[in-house]
Design a protein around this ligand. Structure first.
Ligand code: NAI
Ligand code: MG
Length: 326
């Protein structure tokens, strides 16, 4: 029995979460799902976007499934990543559709510091945001990237930074990247400036295998990566730390399509698969992933963003109906 905290959040977060829970309930694995509140609607209702009970519940659970929140994202998901010390955000960017040159790389995003520490202040002539880069966080994210590459049989890790301009902060990140790399002599390494990386992702996306980078850059590159493989409805993510795992799609609450049952549930479903792998339920994770791939490649029961006509829930129910019976 796994205790899972479920945070649907706002907008399409609720729809893709319903879809995903439909599938998880059909796996035969025993889950105890406890729903918790966070986000814009929660703030309206309770006065706070992230109640203490929600944080406590996640800490006591085996894992957390998170949909998406809206304008309170900084107070909810960015804060949760820090509070739970889930220091790595793993974001696999992979083409699922049948294409000639499939893209397959993973962004390993530092999740607890950089420009997202939330230290902003008004000054007499404007405002200042602090960007913190520590040796400890840089070391553990770089180590994670190399260990990830080793485990998945990838033979290159790329660092993305801007050490030519941010000489001290990104200079430190780059230095620690190469220091870590020296412990992994069989893995090829390279580094690019973040702006060049953004271009190479468009011109040479299949050259990348693992990209390790700081918080804001990782945020931006992952939406760009999503754009390369069918959009934000396709990309899952895992926030992992020593004691906690929180799994969420890369997308937000998508107010432009919320409530219409047209959101693609793939990103949320694949995030649940990342959770199953974290819980060492490898067989079930693989089974769901294979069905998601087959469903998308068949091009029948899929949502409008990837050229189908099915609703969010119809796509999920179809996937659930194809699960291997235990
Ligand atoms: P967004 O990711 O919600 O949407 C960007 C675009 O992608 C929209 O056109 C949307 O319709 C489309 N899209 C996103 N997910 C989709 C899906 N599953 N299926 C089909 N299309 C999908 O980002 P946006 O519009 O910049 O922000 C909307 C709200 O979400 C904001 O309030 C923002 O603060 C919040 N946000 C929350 C995040 C989180 O909870 N982790 C992450 C990113 C944004
Ligand atoms: Mg983002």
């Amino acid at each position: 029995m796994y205790n899972i905290t479920v945070i649907p959040g706002d907008g399409i977060g609720k729809e893709v979460m319903d879809a995903t829970i439909t599938i998880l309930r059909k796996t035969g694995i025993k889950f105890n799902f406890t729903y918790a509140k966070a986000g814009d609607d929660c703030k309206k209702e309770t006065g706070t976007a992230l109640p203490e009970e929600t944080i406590t519940l996640i800490k006591e659970s085996d894992a957390c499934l998170f949909g998406a929140v809206g304008e309170t994202a900084a107070d909810v998901i960015v804060k949760l990543r820090r509070e739970l010390d889930t220091y790595v955000n793993v974001r696999p960017i992979k083409t699922i559709q049948n294409v000639e040159n499939p893209i397959d790389f993973t962004i390993i995003r530092e999740n607890t510091e950089g420009l997202y520490i939330g230290e902003e202040q008004i000054t007499t002539d404007g405002a200042i945001a602090t960007r913190r880069i520590t040796k400890k966080a840089s070391k553990r994210i770089c180590e994670y990237a190399f260990e990830y590459a080793k485990k998945l049989g990838k033979n290159k890790v790329t660092a993305a930074h801007k050490a030519n301009v941010l000489k001290v902060t990104d200079g430190l990140f780059k230095e620690i990247f190469y220091e870590t790399a020296s412990q992994y002599p069989t893995i090829e390494t390279e580094d690019y400036y973040i702006d060049a990386t953004a271009m190479y992702l468009i011109t040479n996306p299949t050259d990348f295998q693992v990209i390790v980078t700081t918080n804001l850059y990782g945020d931006i590159l992952s939406d760009e990566g999503a754009g390369l493989v069918g959009g934000l409805g396709m990309i899952p993510s895992a926030n992992i730390g020593e004691n906690n795992g929180l799994f969420e799609p890369v997308h937000g609450s998508a107010p432009d399509i919320a409530g219409k049952q047209i959101a693609n549930p793939t990103a949320m479903i694949l995030s649940a698969c990342m959770m199953l792998n974290y819980l060492e339920e490898y067989e079930t994770a693989k089974n769901i992933e294979e069905i998601v791939i087959k469903t998308i490649q068949e091009e029948k029961i899929i949502t409008p963003d990837i050229n189908g006509t099915a609703s969010t829930q119809e796509m999920a129910e179809y996937i659930a109906s194809q699960l291997r019976k235990n």
